[in-house]
Design a protein around this ligand. Structure first.
Ligand code: NDP
Ligand code: 8X3
Length: 252
């Protein structure tokens, strides 16, 4: 493969999809991942024409699915230069004593263990080649814990810590490791958190100009395209209206 390959999890929607579009414009070949196959098929039609493209359908919770999906990539697609660990969601918003075990399992299994499984398959190649970049999508919620966010915040605090650990472990191999931690971005995120309740979900983004998925993709693309010596190690991004996970000035 002549072009550099970017492998993006959670590319069926929101930030991951925006990254696929943005990195394709920068000349990357794209491996797009997610569970919703029809969206991955559709994504190819939205990419700049001629973008080399592969899609992989798997659930990041399922280690075997992750491993066999990555193994199924054709030989010329095996050298992944950029890994964007983006797949993830919040499930529920409840005080700790009322939280659902299924929601807790989903968040820890997807946001934390899923990121680890995908990384486990892709990092050894980067280490062997002494070349690569990892972008982990955390959240402001991992840095500033908010009421009822408990386990989601915990999963993203884990992503933050794992990102730091990766940067330290991979330092001898010239691999760039970036953590990006957005505040509120208007995507399908809240629709998933509130289990399809559109009214509740829309309310999250009312009265202020929330970040767009493209804003985060722009920043990731900027980080990925810096000269090799430059590492934007830890990026916290808020919309103007937001000063912490709980402080907002709306209708300004
Ligand atoms: P979306 O809900 O729009 O996208 C989530 C993506 O993750 C989808 O492509 C979905 O694909 C994928 N995904 C979810 N669960 C799984 C799974 N089990 N296996 C494989 N893929 C999965 O949300 P965002 O784009 O906003 O979220 C992307 C990342 O950004 C997440 O890690 C989120 O925590 C983080 N984030 C979001 C913020 C926001 O306010 N929106 C703020 C801070 C961080 P599919 O369903 O097809 O599998
Ligand atoms: C998503 C942002 O504040 O809804 O990570 O948790 S928040």
């Amino acid at each position: 493969m002549e072009k550099k390959i970017a492998f993006i999890t959670g590319a069926t929607s929101g930030i991951g999809k925006a990254c696929a579009l943005s990195l394709a414009k920068e000349g990357f070949a794209i491996v797009a991942c997610g569970r919703r196959k029809e969206r991955l098929v559709q994504l190819e039609k939205e990419l700049p024409s001629g973008t080399p493209y592969q899609y992989l359908v798997f659930d990041v919770r399922n280690k075997d699915e992750v491993y066999s999906a990555v193994d199924s990539l054709p030989e010329e697609w095996q050298e992944i230069e950029v890994l964007i660990n983006n797949a993830g969601n919040a499930h529920g918003l409840a005080p700790i004593h009322e939280g659902s075990e299924d929601d807790w399992d989903a968040m820890m299994d997807i946001n934390v263990k899923g990121l680890l499984y995908v990384s486990k398959k892709i990092l050894p190649g980067m280490v062997a080649r002494k070349s690569g970049q990892v972008i982990n999508v955390g959240s402001s919620a991992g840095k500033d814990i908010y009421p009822k966010g408990n386990v989601y915040c915990g999963s993203k605090a884990a992503v933050d810590a794992i990102t730091e650990g990766m940067r330290k472990d991979l330092n001898p191999y010239g691999i760039r490791v970036v953590g990006i931690h957005p505040g509120l971005v208007e995507t399908e995120f809240s629709l998933v958190r509130f289990k399809g309740d559109k009214e509740k979900s829309d309310k999250v983004y009312q009265g202020f100009d929330a970040l767009k998925a493209e804003d985060i993709a722009d920043i990731i693309t900027f980080a990925v395209t810096r000269p090799k010596r430059v590492v934007l190690a830890d990026i916290l991004v808020y919309p103007l209206a937001q000063a912490s996970t709980t402080i907002f000035t709306k209708n300004t």
